[in-house]
Design a protein around this ligand. Structure first.
Ligand code: ADP
Ligand code: AIR
Ligand code: ASP
Length: 291
């Protein structure tokens, strides 16, 4: 594997030959002509190379409180692309169907295009954020049991909290789909809580998005979007230090370092290299299998 160094804003990144797009190559040509489908707050979606696929481009842009607060977290897109690749790959190994196909380069991944179910599924283990605010529960209070909440995905309405009854009443998804979504959300929580615990991180809460893929007349629900420090609360188990987007939301500073720390603990950053070097995942896997 030939690695070369590429400079991203504030980051020295190893990329593999696989990530390089030679000048004049078919891939570069295709990519320059590809159609943008959508630009969101944190990602851009492009038409994929085959029907039924799209490319997710991860930006450094960060927003909070329904985009009332805007900023940039330098290198976030690169790290979230890697972390989300890693997490979705691990989840697929335990049988969770996901949209992830493969990472294309530092900021892009190829995924299956889905019909997004307009529900943000939030899983909570510990009180924080809007739950603490809404119900006056002190942040950090462990919940008696895991809580799943649903928010209607609508920026204009500020993503309001909704009940399962609203979802059924307005037909946002069927009862069978709700069953699949809630059971997948619990499995994801169990797996990720364990995965983060091994790197001394408490998974406080997180948000998932699901989508439908059609197979003839039959629709199947799969996990979509991303899983990264943008959509999880991750606290160091000893110090309680926040290693996620709350650093940006609450003006705590050190958001770049926090995202890097999560990547480093997941083994996606080289230990002996500077803190800002992101290791190519396929290279990392090879090194680990050699040990
Ligand atoms: P937002 O739309 O909330 O600003 P992003 O900037 O992250 O969020 O944009 C990504 C968009 O892509 C989201 O609206 C998400 O629902 C959608 N999305 C995620 N995965 C897929 C997929 N596989 N197919 C189609 N849309 C997707
Ligand atoms: N989340 C919700 N909407 C967007 C995101 N990213 C995530 C937060 C947090 C969890 O969902 O990052 O991990 C709960 O958020 P809140 O604000 O409802 O407490
Ligand atoms: N809902 C997202 C968050 O708080 C982004 C936003 O509100 O702009 O993380």
């Amino acid at each position: 594997m030939h690695l070369r160094l590429v400079r991203e804003p504030g980051f020295l990144i190893f990329i593999s030959q696989r990530d390089r797009i030679p000048r004049g190559s078919k891939e570069r040509h295709t990519m320059s002509r590809r159609r943008q489908i959508y630009e969101g707050k944190a990602k851009i979606l492009y038409e994929g190379p085959e029907p039924g696929t799209i490319i997710q481009y991860f930006k450094d842009d960060a927003t909070a409180f329904n985009a009332q607060k805007r900023g940039t977290i330098s290198g976030k897109g690169v790290i979230n692309n890697r972390i989300s690749e890693y997490v979705f790959t691990r989840l697929s190994h335990i049988g969770i169907p996901t949209h992830f196909i493969r990472r294309l380069n530092m900021r892009e991944q190829l995924v299956r295009q889905v019909e997004i179910i307009p529900i943000e599924v939030v899983v909570r283990n510990i009180a924080a954020g809007s739950l603490s605010k809404r119900l006056g529960i002190e942040e950090g209070e462990p919940l008696p049991h895991t809580l799943i909440e649903y928010y209607y995905k609508d920026d204009a309405l500020g993503d309001p909290l909704v009940a399962e009854e609203h979802i059924a009443c307005f037909g946002w998804c069927s009862n069978d789909e709700m069953q699949d979504i809630s059971s997948m959300a619990i499995r994801v929580n169990d797996f990720l809580s364990g995965m983060f615990a091994t790197i001394h991180i408490r998974l406080v809460d997180f948000k998932l998005e699901f989508g439908r893929i059609w197979e003839g007349d039959y629709a199947r629900v799969i996990l979509a979007d991303e899983i990264s420090p943008d959509c999880c609360r991750l606290w160091d188990m000893t110090t309680g230090e926040k290693l996620d987007k709350d650093r940006f939301r609450q003006d705590l500073g050190g958001e770049e370092e926090a995202y890097q720390e999560v990547a480093r603990r997941l083994g996606l950053l080289q230990d002996d290299a500077g803190p800002s070097e992101v290791l190519d995942l396929s290279h990392h896997r090879k090194l680990r299998t050699k040990k």
